[in-house]
Design a protein around this ligand. Structure first.
Ligand code: NAD
Ligand code: AKB
Length: 316
């Protein structure tokens, strides 16, 4: 029987992934863990363990004594925060991964999910319909850590037969938890401000096109990838995955269909340079062919759901 540990469960992806996995298996089989002392409200329907992924001994002991079979390792610093704390970002994003890969190499774990990002691409990458295999020269600490992580995942799979699977998530959009310090966060923040004040000052310029995805699609993709037969998984670095792409101006126009008095202004900051180094759109044909990926949510549907559900009180 599976016993799943989700590390970094208190964040934007983790909180929804834990709920989806608990629905699929059972609440007792899915242990949420995070460095946070308190279990976040949304995932209080099952077990919680406070764990610091950087405490290698404690993580090893917990996994081994509790006979954990699968780990979803989500703890990381995202792109914008990582640029402010490059040394710590490298440490957190890499050391945690080795702790989990080593546990699998030693036979304690059966499956690992570790998320990569569109940040693995850089300014020299073809940025329209970015292919799976292409030039990858990331120019951010975050992107460098994700690219290195991908290489190590593939290495552990090829050398030690570790069943590790990964997705290069685009910017993820959701309303249950706030995003955790990324460059794509504007595409979540904008909904809170649209609902609260009918105006938003965007930290990216109006024509900055980026790949995005509604969270329900990202969670479904994760579960589908993890369930796919091993022989279908031809990529052990990380799969390109596409949902939708838009610019801040296009998103604002879409929001105005529901909030006609909504206005947007632009004050690009350091995150503009990060966004300019990333793809505008993604070719995800390997995910489609290998394990049948297909997105369900386009921009229009996502905007409707976000405006209906964001709770501006979360910002207080
Ligand atoms: P997040 O910042 O919202 O959540 C990360 C969680 O990790 C937080 O709850 C935090 O408390 C926890 N954490 C931090 N340090 C820890 C430690 N030492 N030990 C244990 N837990 C710790 O991030 P997210 O958006 O949920 O992203 C999760 C993963 O997905 C990351 O690896 C991120 O790079 C990747 N990803 C996210 C997106 C996105 O748009 N959200 C896109 C691409 C990739
Ligand atoms: C970020 O902006 O850092 C993340 C990502 C795309 O990896 N949302």
């Amino acid at each position: 029987m599976k016993k799943i540990l989700v590390i970094g469960a208190g964040g934007q992806i983790g909180s929804e992934l834990v709920l989806a996995l608990r629905n699929k298996y059972s609440a007792e089989q899915v242990i949420a863990s995070d460095v946070k002392e308190e279990c976040p409200e949304i995932i209080k329907n099952g077990p919680y363990k406070q764990l610091d992924i950087l405490n290698r001994d404690a993580v090893r002991e917990y996994v081994i004594t509790n006979e954990i079979t699968d780990v979803y390792l989500l703890a990381a610093l995202l792109s914008a925060t990582a640029e402010k704390h490059p040394d710590f970002a490298w440490k957190l994003n890499m050391e945690g991964l080795f702790t989990i890969l080593d546990l699998a190499k030693e036979g304690y774990l059966k499956q690992i999910f570790w998320p990569s990002s569109i940040a693995v691409f850089g300014p020299t990458t073809p940025n329209v319909n970015t292919p799976q295999y292409t030039v990858m020269e990331p120019s951010t600490v975050y992107g460098i850590s994700k690219q290195a992580g991908e290489r190590w995942c593939e290495y552990y799979n090829k050398k030690f037969n570790v069943d590790v699977r990964s997705i290069r998530y685009p910017g993820l959009i959701s309303y249950t938890s706030l995003p955790g310090g990324g460059t794509t966060d504007y595409a979540v923040d904008i909904f809170y401000k649209a609902k609260k004040d009918a105006k938003y000052d965007c930290f990216l310029s109006e024509n900055t096109e980026l790949p995005m995805m509604y969270m329900a699609d990202a969670i479904r993709a994760t579960v589908e990838l993890m369930q796919a037969p091993a022989e279908n998984i031809s990529i052990r670095s990380a799969y390109n995955l596409s949902g939708c792409s838009f610019t801040p101006a296009e998103l604002a126009e879409n929001i105005q269909k529901h909030v006609p008095n909504f206005t947007i202004t632009y004050s690009p900051d350091f995150r503009q340079q990060i966004a300019d180094s990333w793809p505008k759109s993604i070719d995800d044909s390997y995910a489609r062919n290998d394990w049948g990926w297909k997105e369900e949510f386009g921009t229009d549907k996502m905007v409707e759901i976000m405006l209906e559900n964001v709770n501006p009180a979360l910002l207080d």
